[in-house]
Design a binder for this molecule. Structure first.
Ligand SMILES: NC(=O)c1ccc[n+]([C@@H]2O[C@H](COP(=O)([O-])OP(=O)(O)OC[C@H]3O[C@@H](n4cnc5c(N)ncnc54)[C@H](O)[C@@H]3O)[C@@H](O)[C@H]2O)c1
Length: 364
């Protein structure tokens, strides 16, 4: 943090989704300023810097790391580069924010936990969907003890991707995208599930590639047992017209249902239906006390700045990324072995060091 004017001085690497990160930092102008943008496509970086009035441009992450006046480097590069880039950023004495999927295995998350602890700096994975007001209201009700036991949750991530999306060379391939609909798209919806309900105890999954001519999966059907004893189902596809995302949480005292806007379903409106008229009144009274904070990327960066200033836990932690990547590991392992897989995933699990397929048969 710059002690002179107390703003976080940020640089963003990768000018794809990174553009939306820059917009979010600039919405939080009292807390953050974007001093530099970096992309190996320097024409893209220059255009972005000009459009968003960012003073510095580089095509080299190493050069960014040598800028002593930066507090944070936000990594929005393709997935297979994340581990190396996070490591480089922490070595340079800066905090790292990094897009999903954070890294390529549970082992790499465990290595980052050690690197973070030794560095004195922080690593924040991106899960911006958490901060939508609808999901935040559910979290608020659960934290107030108004939901009761969870029974069953259904999560649908039904999006559409067509051939042009896969013209970007890193997409659709195991070695560079590291996964398909489960890793790249539904990871947000599944993080929303564990954000509310906590750990998963076992998974049974089937995945297929059926929509596009790609290596990685584009459809998945999953049954989960949660550690709290409830059940959940996950359905994910890139072959749905129209696109929707939907969460439906059935608790003892209330049922919560999201809206179905595909890329904004954690935001309002959600419905919260009490099981009895008295419970409905309690829910309505509690929601009067709900105090909204910023949503989406701005919501995550706002909470990040607060947590750094106050020395508190980050809004998304390496433990959260571990939960997400343990689930990924278990889902792919279950689909390939046709077995139920128990969590947590530790160093003894055969896919601890990588969930990538090890043979042509596994890649199917
Ligand atoms: N949180 C979300 O909602 C969300 C949405 C889309 C993408 N993502 C994630 O963001 C990441 C990037 O995805 P994208 O869609 O923006 O990809 P993209 O290909 O559109 O953009 C990535 C950019 O990184 C640049 N780049 C590649 N290697 C680099 C390097 N070594 N140094 C500097 N720049 C480099 C590329 O030139 C490109 O401009 C992925 O991990 C993806 O899963 C997250």
């Amino acid at each position: 943090m710059n002690t002179e004017h107390q703003k976080l001085r940020v640089a963003v690497v990768g000018g794809g989704i990174g553009q939306h990160h820059i917009e979010a930092y600039q919405q939080l102008g009292d807390l953050c300023e974007v001093l530099a943008v970096c992309d190996i496509d320097t024409a893209k970086a220059r255009a972005l810097a000009a459009a968003r009035s960012i003073p510095r441009v580089t095509g080299d992450l190493g050069e960014l790391c040598r800028m002593d006046d930066l507090d944070v480097i936000d990594i929005c590069t393709p997935p297979h580069l994340h581990f190396e880039h996070i490591h480089q950023v922490l070595d340079s004495g800066k905090h790292a924010i990094c897009e999903k999927p954070l890294v390529g295995s549970v082992r790499e998350v465990d290595e980052l936990l050690k690197i973070e602890a030794a560095s004195g700096k922080r690593i924040m994975p991106i899960f911006q969907y958490r901060f939508g007001h609808g999901l935040q209201k559910l979290k608020f009700l659960v934290d107030q003890g108004l939901a009761g036991s969870a029974y069953l949750t259904t999560v649908e991530t039904s999006w559409r991707r067509r051939a042009p999306y896969y013209a970007v060379p890193w997409r659709g391939k195991w070695q560079t995208e590291l996964g398909g609909v489960l890793l790249s798209h539904a990871i947000h919806s599944h993080d929303m599930l564990t954000y509310i309900l906590g750990p998963i105890s076992s998974v049974f999954a089937r995945t297929i590639t059926r929509v596009n001519a790609i290596e990685v999966e584009d459809c998945a059907a999953v049954a989960l047992e949660m550690a709290d004893g409830s059940l959940a189902t996950l359905a994910a596809t890139l072959g749905s017209t129209p696109e929707i995302t939907r969460h439906r949480f059935c608790f003892q005292n209330l049922t919560a249902e999201s809206n179905t806007a595909p890329y904004a379903n954690s935001g309002d409106p959600w419905s919260f239906t009490g099981d009895t008229p008295e419970q409905a009144e309690q829910i309505a009274a509690a929601l009067e006390q709900f105090a909204p904070l910023p949503e989406g990327f701005a919501g995550q960066f706002f909470r990040f700045a607060q947590a750094l200033a106050q020395g508190t836990e980050l809004p998304v932690t390496l433990a959260d990324a571990r939960t997400a990547l343990e689930l990924i590991t278990a889902l792919y392992h279950s689909s390939r072995t046709h077995q139920r897989v128990q969590l947590p995933i530790n160093h003894e699990h055969p896919a601890y060091t990588s969930w990538l397929p090890t043979s042509a048969a596994e890649a199917q």
